[in-house]
Design a protein around this ligand. Sequence first.
Ligand code: IPE
Ligand code: IPE
Ligand code: MG
Length: 253
Amino acid sequence: MNMLESIDRTKLPRHIAIIMDGNGRWAKGRGEDRVYGHYEGVVSVREIVNACGDIGIEYLTLYAFSAENWNRPKGEVDALMELLVNTIRKEIEDLRKNNVRLHIIGDFASLPDICRKELNEAMDITASNTGLNLILALSYSSRQEIIEAARKIAELAAKGELKPEDINDGLFHKYLNTANFPDPELMIRTSGEYRISNFLLYQLAYAELYFTNVHWPDFRKNNLYEALLNYQGRERRFGKTSEQIQTNSTQHA
Ligand code: IPE
Ligand code: IPE
Ligand code: MG
């Protein structure tokens, strides 16, 4: 039985989040410029988006550019922004046909005009699609997102429009960029780094974390299936005991 057939379709995560890391190292290992790794990384993006859509994942969040990534050399930042525009232009027709709906999280206003224009068009074109929700994290900082949510809530409280005791998990969630999405159940990071790098700090509270040494440009369908099988082999306890979880699952079986 191949890996795809081994995946239990009734136990898929609804939402997968990926830190696509290692493009630079992948290119360097081939004696190429870092930017070459980013180009090849787009091939992985296409394959993983298609695989997630085909298997029935509802939400896929891809960390494409962090707020901290603005501190990279200007040449690399410019190349990444150009790659973003060109990729959206090239892929939009396939996204539309494949019923993928595009969303953006992060500091949209900080992106160059041309990127915003292209992304806005792509979001409009795919707005009525009902398949995979593809969420690109661009100029994204989770701390900034949390701080902005706190600020908005504080403003409402200061105006008397809500009371401090109304603030709970459900309300807070509404003020995050991810207000319309469920929390990821599975977070994947490629390239052997074991950190979160300011990604979805609030939303990943109970996500299963999966780390692989594979660099992002080498991460393809089978690597995704491997991550899903690994996820399905875990017991998600949410603070309870293993016995409680097992009793519950037999009761509901
Ligand atoms: C991830 O690959 C892509 C972005 C952060 C834009 P990197 O560019 O971080 O590659 P490494 O980690 O330097 O190898
Ligand atoms: C995280 O990768 C951001 C993206 C994948 C877009 P980085 O390569 O920028 O993270 P650090 O610097 O290693 O933590
Ligand atoms: Mg990196």
